[in-house]
Design a protein around this ligand. Structure first.
Ligand code: SF4
Length: 338
């Protein structure tokens, strides 16, 4: 419920309107999970709320700690479904990133992805996405004494197919009476849905956008990401150009390097051609192999050559070494176990 809806509710109950602000603060700023904890409300009111309302908070179901510091959480939703979030700390750079999920399962069937094998069950609501950030922020404070600095929507599900809920969650994360984080610290990652990228531009969003590219020609991309058949590279480039023109927000390409599939210098040359229309940063990601997928991770040597080729073309490139390999940290691996 919004704060205005809460205000109406309390007035209807014969309570002062400011109760709405108090409850809202408990829920969204302090992240409490029971009415009992709302200690500035009278005991009678707390009991009344408890009788008539529920707080559908998400609950940690399993937490795995990697030797490299990554912490993966599997959360149970109020209806029993499971989703994952990952805390990725980089203390040397003062960067503490959470990767959140936005759907239970996923309707896109990217061949390299464990989530793609689970059918999409439902979208997460805004509060369930927000809760992942709150709980992983607590983990970050407890484990590293540092709050989250970045949020990426790169976990289970396709954010642009859970559009309204994702937008609402970002609104709460960035709101002064929410977590008050800067939208510049948030990146939404899409497998590439051209018309929704244009919608982001028209909605004048202020967060960063990442395209999970993973292949720089249509034939290869069709092979690993069926969504490309309706949203080919030409359509995606056009929508990203529009997004850049309208918002000037940062765009990045995510590029998982698969051995002998997309990691040659010819692939790099094709990728460079997709970097001419707007400034773009490329994140080359080491593959976190999943059981039964037809891909292996590329070698360090090939990734270095690939990155060097792009850098020599004046393109900004970051290589992200795979994290949490000992803890099922690839998207969907942990939730898929049950
Ligand atoms: S990579 Fe993303 S879009 Fe593709 S199947 Fe996995 S969760 Fe869905």
């Amino acid at each position: 419920m919004s704060q205005a809806e809460l205000a109406d509710l309390f007035v209807g109950m014969g309570e002062p309107k400011f109760r709405a602000k108090q409850v809202y603060q408990w829920l969204w700023e302090k992240g409490v999970r029971s009415f009992e904890e709302m200690t500035n409300l009278s005991k009678t009111l707390r009991e009344k709320l408890d009788q008539h309302f529920v707080i559908n908070g998400i609950v940690a179901d399993k937490i795995q700690h990697s030797v490299d510091g990554t912490i993966k959480s599997r959360f149970r939703l109020h209806d029993g479904h499971l989703v994952e979030s990952v805390l990725i700390p980089v203390p040397a750079e003062n960067r503490y990133t959470v990767c959140v999920s936005c759907q239970v399962g996923c309707s896109l069937t990217c061949t390299f992805c464990a989530t793609g094998r689970m059918k999409r069950v439902r979208n997460l609501d805004a509060a369930e996405i927000y809760d992942q950030v709150v709980l992983v922020n607590q983990q970050s404070l407890e484990a590293y004494g540092h709050p989250l600095t970045n949020i990426v929507y790169m976990g289970m599900g396709e954010p642009l197919l859970a559009y309204n809920n994702v937008m609402d969650s970002i609104e709460r994360i960035t709101a002064p009476d929410g977590l008050n984080m800067s939208p510049r610290r948030i990146t939404v990652s899409t497998a590439g849905i051209a018309k929704m990228i244009k919608k982001l531009a028209d909605d004048e969003v202020r967060f960063n956008l990442a395209l999970s590219l993973h292949a720089a020609d249509d034939a290869k991309r069709n092979e690993i990401m069926p969504i490309n058949e309706q949203n080919n590279l030409e359509a995606l480039l056009e929508s990203l150009t529009y997004f850049h023109r309208q918002t000037r927000n940062r765009i990045s390409y995510e590029y998982i390097a698969f051995q002998n599939f997309n990691d040659s210098l010819e692939d790099a040359a094709q990728l460079a051609k997709l970097c001419r229309n707007f400034p773009v940063r490329i994140n080359i990601i080491e593959y976190n192999p999943i059981d039964g997928a037809p891909f292996l991770k590329s070698t360090e040597h090939r990734i270095d050559d690939f990155a060097k080729y792009l850098r020599d073309q004046g393109i900004m490139v970051t290589v992200r070494r795979s994290r949490g390999r000992d803890i099922d940290a690839a998207c969907g691996q942990l939730a898929n176990k049950e």
